[in-house]
Design a protein around this ligand. Structure first.
Ligand SMILES: NC(=O)C1=CN([C@@H]2O[C@H](COP(=O)(O)OP(=O)(O)OC[C@H]3O[C@@H](n4cnc5c(N)ncnc54)[C@H](OP(=O)(O)O)[C@@H]3O)[C@@H](O)[C@H]2O)C=CC1
Ligand SMILES: N[C@@H](CC=O)C(=O)O
Ligand code: NA
Length: 436
C-alpha cells in the first residue's frame, strides 16, 4: 500500500527531502511506501536540482492540500503566509502535515494543533528546531518519565557559523553571505541575526518540555549585531567564547506560573560543553529529573540534515497510517498521545530585571588615576561584585576596561551601569553581555 506526499516548497529543504524520497534504498523500509506525488513552488521556470515528472510541479499549492489523493503534506515554503493557511487547509482536508516552519508553529501552534487534534491528524515538526538533531521527538517520547527544569542551547546555525568565523577575524557581512550560500539562513536573514529564529525555537521547546506555551512577544530576544571583534577578543582573553544562547528555565515550586525564556549572546566558559559547538552545528543541553544532564548535538541547518528530520517525521506518520492507528480511523479511539501536541495553557515569562546572572561590560573611560575606584564604588553601591577586570589603553586619553561580574540581579546591574554612564570620566559603554 502506497502513501502520497504533497511537498510544498522545493528550495534548500524541499530539494533535500525530494532526494531522500527518490532514493529509499538502505533507509527505513517504510520509505518504500512513500510516493512524491505533487510538488508546489512559486516559479515553474527556476532550474531545479531534482528530476521530477513534468506534471508533478505546480504553482497551485491550494490544489495540493485539497487533493484527495494526497495523504501527507510536507510544508517547507517557510514564512507566515500562505504557510499557515495551507497547513490549516491541509488539516481541514484530513491530511497529516510535516513542517520545518518554526515561525508558524511558534506563533500559531495553538490554533494549528487544536485543529489537528480535532481533525484526528498529526502535525510533526522535528525539523523546526535544531534542524537534523532529534530533539522534538525525544521531548515528546523518550524523556517522558522526567521533570524537565532547564534547557540551554545553540539553536541557530547561521549565527553560530558567523560567531565561529568571526573568531578568526572574518567580516560579518561576508560571513553572512557565505551562510546564505550554504543554505543555512532564513529567506530574510534578519530572522537569524536578530535572534527571532532562536526565539521561535526556544518557545517551541518550552511548550514541549514544560507543558505550557509562552507568548512570543514576552520572550526576551537579542541578536548578534552588537557583538564586535573587540568583544570576541576580550572574551578570549578572559577564557570565554561568545555564543547566541537560547535558555528556558522552570523555577522549582512555580507558584506564580512564570518561566524564564530568553535568547541573547552570552560569554560561555571555554570548558563548557556548548563552547565547542562551532559552525552551523547546534546543541541543546537539557536538565531533567531523574535523568540529569543530557546534551543533543548535531547539524542544525542545511539541506540534508533538515530533510533527515522531515522525512523521519513522514515515516512516523506512514507507520501510523499503515497500522491504522489514526484518529480519523473509526477503529482508533484517540490520537496517538506521544506524537500529538496538546498544550493550551500559557506561562508568563519572568521579567529580565529579576534575572540573576553574571555580566561582562566593556567601558571606555578617561585614562586618569582613580577611575577604576569610581567604577568600583558605583558597582558596590548596587550589590555588584567584580570577578575580573582587564584594562587596555585605546590611545593617550582613553582606556578600555572590560569587567566580568559575579552573580547579580539584572535590575541592580543596569542601575549601576546607568550611574557609571553619567560619570564624567566615562566616555561610553560599547557593550554589555551576559555571562554563563
Ligand atoms: N534551510 C535550513 O537549513 C532550514 C530551514 N528550515 C525551515 O524550512 C523552511 C524552508 O526553508 P528553505 O528550504 O531554506 O527555504 P527556501 O527559500 O530555500 O525554499 C522555499 C521554497 O518554497 C517555495 N515558496 C516560498 N514561498 C512560496 C509561495 N508563496 N508559494 C509557492 N511556493 C513558495 C519556493 O519556491 P521557488 O523555488 O519557486 O522560489 C522554494 O521552493 C523554512 O520554514 C525554514 O525556516 C528549518 C530548518 C533548517
Ligand atoms: N536559519 C536557520 C535554519 C534552521 O533552522 C538556522 O540558521 O539555524
Ligand atoms: Na530537530
Amino acid at each position: 500500500m502506497g502513501f502520497k506526499v504533497g511537498l510544498l516548497g522545493l528550495g534548500t529543504v524541499g530539494t533535500g527531502v525530494g532526494k531522500i524520497l527518490q532514493s529509499p534504498e538502505g533507509r527505513h523500509p517504510l520509505l518504500q511506501a512513500v510516493e512524491l506525488a505533487r510538488v508546489g513552488v512559486r516559479s515553474l521556470d527556476k532550474p531545479r536540482d531534482l528530476e521530477l515528472p513534468s506534471h508533478t510541479l505546480t504553482t497551485d499549492l491550494a490544489a495540493i492540500v485539497s487533493d484527495p489523493d494526497v495523504d501527507i503534506v510536507i510544508e517547507v515554503i517557510g514564512g507566515l503566509e500562505p504557510a499557515r493557511t495551507l497547513i490549516l487547509d491541509a488539516i481541514a482536508h484530513g491530511k497529516h502535515v510535516v513542517t520545518a516552519n518554526k515561525a508558524v508553529i511558534a506563533r500559531f501552534g495553538d490554533e494549528i494543533f487544536t485543529a489537528a487534534n480535532q481533525a484526528g491528524v498529526y502535525v510533526m515538526l522535528e525539523a523546526a528546531v535544531a534542524g537534523g538533531i532529534p530533539v522534538i521527538q525525544p521531548l515528546k517520547e523518550s524523556l517522558g518519565a522526567n521533570r524537565i527544569h532547564a534547557m540551554m542551547g545553540i539553536l541557530n546555525g547561521t549565527t553560530n557559523y558567523i560567531l565561529t568565523k568571526m573568531q578568526s577575524g572574518g567580516d560579518f557581512d561576508d560571513i553572512l553571505a557565505e551562510a546564505q550560500a550554504l543554505g543555512y539562513a532564513e529567506a530574510d536573514p534578519t530572522a537569524d541575526v536578530d535572534g527571532f529564529d532562536a526565539g521561535d525555537k526556544i518557545a517551541i521547546l518550552t511548550s514541549l518540555a514544560f507543558g505550557g506555551r509562552v507568548k512570543l512577544d514576552q520572550v526576551h530576544r537579542e541578536g548578534i549585531r552588537q557583538v564586535s571583534a573587540a568583544d570576541i577578543a576580550y572574551a578570549q582573553k578572559l577564557g570565554f567564547v561568545i555564543k547566541l544562547l537560547a535558555i528556558a528555565k522552570l523555577p522549582p515550586n512555580n507558584n506564580n506560573n512564570q518561566v524564564e525564556v530568553r535568547v541573547h549572546p552570552t560569554l560561555v566558559p571555554e570548558e563548557h560543553p556548548l563552547a565547542s559547538v562551532n559552525d552551523a552545528f547546534n546543541a541543546i543541553l537539557i536538565e531533567a529529573d531523574p535523568l540529569g544532564q543530557v546534551m543533543f548535538f548535531g547539524p542544525g541547518a542545511g539541506a540534508g540534515p533538515t530533510a533527515s528530520a522531515v522525512v523521519s517525521d513522514t515515516i512516523n506518520i506512514v507507520a501510523l497510517l499503515k497500522t491504522g492507528l489514526t484518529a480519523a480511523n473509526p477503529d482508533s479511539e484517540t490520537i496517538h498521545p506521544l506524537l500529538a501536541c496538546s498544550h493550551n495553557s500559557y506561562f508568563d515569562v519572568a521579567p529580565m530585571a529579576d534575572l540573576v546572572t553574571r555580566f561582562y561590560a566593556r567601558i571606555r573611560t578617561q585614562d586618569h588615576p582613580g577611575v577604576i575606584g569610581r567604577l568600583g564604588t558605583c558597582f558596590g553601591d548596587h550589590e555588584v561584585s567584580l570577578e575580573s577586570l582587564v584594562q587596555t589603553d585605546v590611545n593617550d586619553n582613553l582606556a578600555e576596561i572590560a569587567v566580568v561580574t559575579h552573580l547579580v540581579r539584572e535590575g541592580d546591574f543596569r542601575q549601576a551601569l546607568n550611574e557609571i554612564k553619567s560619570l564624567e570620566a566615562v566616555d561610553s559603554i560599547p557593550s554589555v553581555l551576559r555571562v554563563l
